[in-house]
Design a protein around this ligand. Sequence first.
Ligand SMILES: [Zn+2]
Ligand SMILES: [Zn+2]
Length: 274
Amino acid sequence: MTRTSTLPPDYHCHTHLCKHAEGEPIDYARAALAKGITEIACTEHAPAPEPFTPGIRMALDEFPLYCEWVEAARALEGITVLLGIEADYYDGCEAFLEEWLDTHPFDYVLGSVHFLRYERERDHAVTPIWTGDDPASTWAAYFARIQLLVKTGLYDVVAHLDLPKRFGPAPDPQIVEAVVKPALDAIADAQMGIEINTSGFIHGPSEPYPSLSILTWANERGIPISFGSDSHQPERMGGHFEQAVKLAEMAGYQQRASYRQRQRVMHPLTEAPD
Ligand SMILES: [Zn+2]
Ligand SMILES: [Zn+2]
């Protein structure tokens, strides 16, 4: 019988194919296993068929190599390695992603908003999330993008939901509530999940994405959670997962999700080792 870890699976890690991370899936799998984590999803930044921020994602022709690497990591004993991807939502991404996501055997597809605008006709220019505007308009614009992401129906889980807090101060709590709750309603309606992304602990917010109050609203809406370290170095696998599990419990969660071939299965939040 497989030993069950008290730590949840780590469903968010990268490789050096994205040009801003280190290592290959087997390095992340080994590091996770060393911390007692028995399941991971590799979620490299998805390629694009056009010059959409090519400096921070794998190239389209590198994807077969990525799949080979994930396969090689599966040879490691004692750990399940899933084929995942972190795919950006950006203007006009649907035509490519609809077909591409469908024709590869993904277990888990994260949807992310990393940019507010993409203008292919203006030399593929992108607008960052934080442009020095006031927090209220930044959060409103970002969460409007999240709603568009959800509407596509292309993704399983929304990544790092309150990402704008990485780049600047959050707006007043009433504004947060006014822009976040409708996005959570849309996520719940679409039967999607969210991740508790622990990279917030090292980025500066000193808490995961999303915050405890957002997690609480998510739980009230029955939105399932998974856990991700968003590791760009293997040694970060499972980082701050104990705190993340505690926050999930504080938000009222009793279960977490796992995925196989994009189908969700629910598990008790903390499973004792055999
Ligand atoms: Zn990255
Ligand atoms: Zn991301």
